[in-house]
Ligand binder design. Structure first.
Ligand code: SF4
Length: 480
């Protein structure tokens, strides 16, 4: 039996955990198909599972229809299934797991029936105190259906709601206990709420289309559904959308200088057509390329990007240096979720299945190849040798992020330190391993400039996290 990849084959990249979407249509239109298209635009944030939950605010309180499954959005939902989901308020989710197994039970949104009605929740991020919170709830009699920390959040909100005057007060009460990264969309029978952790690790923004309000991880999804961007949810803010409009609670916000957005949204995760906290993702990648050209110049004939996220930085490098920008790789976009992994002995490699080199474009040329990151380094050597086999005279690798050296506890799947190519190796040693003629990384101090001065998290590069990290690696701890 050949091994089957469970995921899209990726070329040595980190993975984002999730994308969230919520909508409330005050004209009473069904929202399920809009959520579907919104999730479709967020597919890059998670390809393992997805789900939609809707409710009719004019119907009986607490009647929620939900459907979720393993796979891509277009695989899980059918036209018939969507049209059967009736409701003018709803939430949706796409997931890749970093904590909690990849199973249907762990798919979101989570729907919880409790004394005050029904709650549906979708979450992006990772809590660093989820094991303690789960234990506390378990001793109180809670029985968990899933192994994800999102359920811990849902339980806390439900528990707070029993005594809180309103659903948004219950979210605020729960937030006081949560430590870590979370962008949430929460649907109660008559309200749509969104919350972002005080550090602002993960993005969340507000959109509007006609008489409908939307809460979503990335603004690119607003374009997809024909909605206009209203504003970002502030780090620490809770927004509540009801028939009276948007209400904002900023009591949990912290001083701006303490915020810590995940810089990886700008480097790689987010779609280039998104804008996060006022910073255009595409422009920030162009800037990273410009910085590489300033800080690691090299004489060459052509600058190329490793698709897709290396392309913008390659253009930035070209604009800054004057070295012409070109295309060296053609990407096969049809590699699906299940993919038969080539055998070790086979001449086909998963890299070659996904990428091919335009030989005429690189032959006899000195190439600067821009990649957004090198994580394990397992594919960089193959990409470099593909260029050389195609006749490139020299291959100079420039990376639009600093070297990875530390784990992430906030929802990004950084592998163990020993697996990181830069761990305990000099840049020269890494260069030799990947077979490049030269190698340059983005300087650490350039990261803030890349995010236009916004306070950022750069823990996976420095080991200095915006909050005390857990004593041990908690990722996936519920499976133990
Ligand atoms: S440690 Fe790295 S990946 Fe994790 S939140 Fe911080 S910047 Fe993002």
């Amino acid at each position: 039996m050949q091994e089957i990849y469970e995921q899209n084959i990726e070329i040595d990249k980190l993975r984002e955990e999730c994308g969230v979407f919520g909508i409330y249509d005050f004209d009473g239109n069904d929202v399920a198909s809009t959520i579907y298209y919104g999730l479709f635009a967020l597919q890059h944030r998670g390809q393992e599972s997805c789900g939609i939950a809707v409710s009719d605010t004019r119907g009986p309180k607490g009647q929620v229809q939900s459907y979720k499954g393993m796979g891509l959005v277009q695989e899980v939902f059918t036209e018939g299934g969507l049209s059967g989901m009736k409701g003018d308020i709803g939430v949706g989710h796409v997931r890749y797991s970093t904590a909690g197994a990849s199973t249907r039970e762990n798919a979101q949104p989570l729907v919880l029936n409790y004394i005050k009605g029904t709650l549906a929740l979708a979450h992006n991020g990772n809590l660093i105190n989820a094991p303690e919170l789960r234990e506390e709830l378990s001793y109180g009699g809670a029985i968990f259906q899933t192994t994800i920390d999102s359920e811990v959040i849902a339980y806390h909100i439900a528990r707070e709601r029993v005594t809180a005057a309103t659903a948004e007060e219950a979210v605020a009460g729960a937030m006081k206990k949560l430590k870590g990264a979370y962008s949430l969309v929460v649907m109660s029978p008559r309200k749509l709420m969104g919350a972002r952790d005080p550090y602002g690790f993960k993005p969340l923004c507000i959109g509007k289309r006609d008489n409908a309000y939307i809460l979503v991880s990335e603004s690119c999804a607003l374009d997809t559904i024909g909605a206009e961007f209203v504003r970002d949810v502030l780090p620490g803010e809770i927004v509540t959308i009801t028939g009276d409009g948007i209400h904002s609670d900023t009591r949990m916000c912290i001083p701006k200088e303490k915020q810590a957005r995940c810089i990886f949204e700008y480097i790689y995760f987010a779609r280039p057509d998104s804008c996060i906290d006022g910073v255009n993702v595409y422009q920030s990648r162009i800037m990273a390329g410009r910085f590489l050209a300033m800080d690691s110049p090299v004489e060459a004939d052509l600058v190329v990007g490793v698709p897709e996220s290396g392309n913008a930085a390659a253009l930035g490098y070209s604009l800054q240096s004057g070295v012409p920008y070109g295309t060296a790789f053609v990407k096969n976009g049809y590699v699906g979720r299940t993919f038969i992994k080539p055998k070790q002995s086979s001449r086909e490699s998963s890299v070659r299945v996904k990428l091919n080199v335009l030989k005429d474009a690189v032959k006899d040329k000195r190439i600067i190849m821009i990649d957004d990151s090198i994580v394990r380094g397992t594919t960089s050597d193959r990409i470099v040798s593909m260029l050389k086999e195609a006749g490139a005279a020299e291959v100079h690798v420039r990376v639009s992020s600093p070297p990875f050296l530390w784990p992430c506890y906030f929802g990004t799947d950084v592998p163990a330190r020993e697996q990181l190519i830069a761990y305990e190796r000099t840049v020269e040693e890494v260069r030799e391993m990947i077979g490049a003629d030269s190698l340059g990384y983005l300087k650490l101090e350039r990261l803030e400039e890349m995010a236009d001065g916004l306070p950022i998290c750069k823990g996976c590069f420095t080991g200095k996290y915006p909050m005390e990290p857990p004593k041990e690696d908690i990722r996936g701890s519920y499976e133990k």
